[in-house]
Design a binder for this molecule. Structure first.
Ligand SMILES: Nc1nc2c(ncn2[C@@H]2O[C@H](COP(=O)(O)OP(=O)(O)O)[C@@H](O)[C@H]2O)c(=O)[nH]1
Ligand SMILES: [Mg+2]
Length: 293
């Protein structure tokens, strides 16, 4: 039997969470075109034949601006410990190796594990450019493999899986075969609502949002969930934006979140959303603990 821990590293927005979802074959990590969408380490567990792969998606590597940012940085550092394979994700659209990516390379070199360079978003560039990137990066660092993929189009992901399995050590299964993530249903619901906020709201507001499920009641006979959740934001003005004129924005957030949650839980969902202001929670250690235990 083979098993191992695989960490996905890379700058914000390169497609780490999209890749995790493609690997898992279902949505477990939220994605958006805004940096720092992912706040915690999210695991996807894949058991294939006699191999078990435990993937960790991490918040993108960036400079912390507040306590939440610091916590995200710690999360990345934890994810680097005891890792067997590092997937270093880059964007195929990059013209060259940015300073930020050079720093990540230095970090990877200091960790004693196998490493794969994953060039993502190849659906949006010319082949010649991918070859240039491969040349540039292989001069900079010794990778066990370099794999171009499109996480969004699920192109090259199978090949990537094969390469990872080759690099895995012998080992036992850490999770039972039917487990596919460490996220609880409650966390998935909270994250789905946050994703809709990220996607439906303009810049500034979404980064100060946290979502908390207040209650989640199952009515098995009706195959129905009653879910109550609160969206927290940092400013009164943000609350107005989230709710929108005549409640239109909040309604949209709720509609889209409900549809996704229904698919994931395979139940009908009755979703009630509230919006509350919690000033400066991203810099308040106690409030942070409430949201991110
Ligand atoms: N064109 C293209 N876009 C992608 C691909 N993978 C991810 N994206 C987009 O890039 C953005 C950031 O993705 P996300 O997974 O949240 O990035 P993360 O911050 O690294 O986790 C989203 O808008 C994705 O839809 C890809 O293979 N091709
Ligand atoms: Mg992410």
């Amino acid at each position: 039997m083979k098993s191992g821990f695989i960490t996905i590293l890379g700058r914000p927005n390169v497609g780490k969470s999209t890749l995790l979802n493609a690997i898992a074959g279902q949505k477990i990590a939220i994605t958006s075109n805004k940096p720092q969408t992912t706040r915690t380490a999210i695991k996807a567990i894949i058991t294939q034949g006699d191999s078990q792969l435990i993937f960790t998606d991490t918040p993108g590597i960036h400079k912390p601006k507040n306590k939440l940012g610091e916590k995200m940085k710690e999360t990345i550092e934890d994810a680097e410990e005891g890792v067997d394979v590092i997937l270093f994700l880059i964007d195929a659209n990059d013209a060259s190796i940015s300073d930020a990516n050079k720093k990540i390379i230095e970090k990877i070199k200091s960790i004693n594990s196998s490493r794969i360079l994953v060039i993502n978003k190849v659906d949006s560039v010319k082949k010649e450019h991918i070859l240039e990137l491969i040349k540039l990066y292989s001069e900079e660092c010794d990778f066990n493999a370099i794999i171009p993929i499109s996480a969004l189009k699920d192109d090259g992901v199978k090949r990537l899986m094969k390469e990872i399995i080759k690099l895995l050590p012998e080992g036992p299964f850490y999770y039972s075969e039917d487990e596919f993530t460490d996220q609880t249903e409650r966390q998935i619901v909270e994250e789905t609502i946050r994703e809709k906020c990220l996607r439906l709201l303009d810049e500034e507001v979404p980064h100060g949002i946290a979502v908390e499920v207040i209650s989640m009641k199952k009515r098995p006979r009706k195959k129905l969930y009653d879910i109550d959740a609160t969206i927290y934001c940092e400013k009164k003005s943000h609350k107005g934006i989230i709710i929108g004129k005549n409640g239109i924005t909040l309604k949209r957030i709720g509609e889209r979140a409900r549809q996704d949650i229904e698919k994931m839980l395979d139940y009908q969902v009755n979703l009630q959303l509230w919006v509350k202001v919690k000033e400066g929670w991203r810099d308040d250690p106690n409030k942070l603990k409430e949201f991110y235990k």
